[in-house]
Design a protein. Structure first.
Length: 184
């Protein structure tokens, strides 16, 4: 198993999240119509951290939801025989006319975001959708671009960028992992 090298430590991630929260509020013209929707496994944890930042800065209570995109993936047949499907949680206010901020950990190929947009639009019609990611890296396969980015990291085809969150990984940070490509 390749060993990870830390790209962003907890302090750097927290600074990025604080800046991202301010940028979300600025782009939305305030926090009143904002709704955060985290993409399940790590985007939902980051969305909760962003909610805390926005709520404190704006004296608000921004609605928070979770999207589980498992059944919307275009590679569902390759993820295993029985995919683990989690629950999508849409806040009681609904998404109609809201400024919905999709939150994910890493923007890489764009396929996760394509799936998230498909699911989100099945729940209604937001007034506007913003994409917020902690990390963007090169390697896009679809024409998808984030509106709010914590950090841009250059990574080669044999590298993975992984966001760590306390609830799943016991720490907050971003790691680079070199994947062994075997013999060529």
């Amino acid at each position: 198993m390749p060993s990870p090298s830390e790209v962003l430590d907890e302090a750097a991630v927290r600074r990025a999240l604080a800046r991202m929260a301010r940028e979300i509020v600025e782009r939305a013209g305030g926090a009143d119509d904002v709704m955060l929707m985290g993409i399940r496994r790590r985007g939902d944890h980051l969305a909760a951290l962003l909610k805390r930042e926005i709520d404190q800065a704006e004296n608000a209570d921004v609605p928070l939801g979770v999207l589980d995109i498992t059944l919307y993936r275009d590679d569902l047949g390759t993820v295993g025989t029985i995919p683990e499907v989690g629950e999508t949680q849409i806040p009681s206010q609904g998404i109609e006319g809201r400024i919905v901020v999709l939150v994910d950990d890493v923007l890489y190929t764009g396929r996760t975001i394509r799936a998230a947009l498909g699911e989100l639009l099945d729940w209604g019609r937001p007034g506007r959708i913003l994409l917020c990611v902690l990390v963007e890296r090169d390697g896009r396969e679809l024409p998808i671009q984030a509106d709010v980015v914590g950090a841009s990291i250059q990574a080669g085809p044999r590298e993975r960028i992984e966001v760590r969150v306390p609830a799943l990984d016991d720490r907050l940070g971003v790691d680079r992992i070199v994947v062994d490509g075997g013999s060529e």
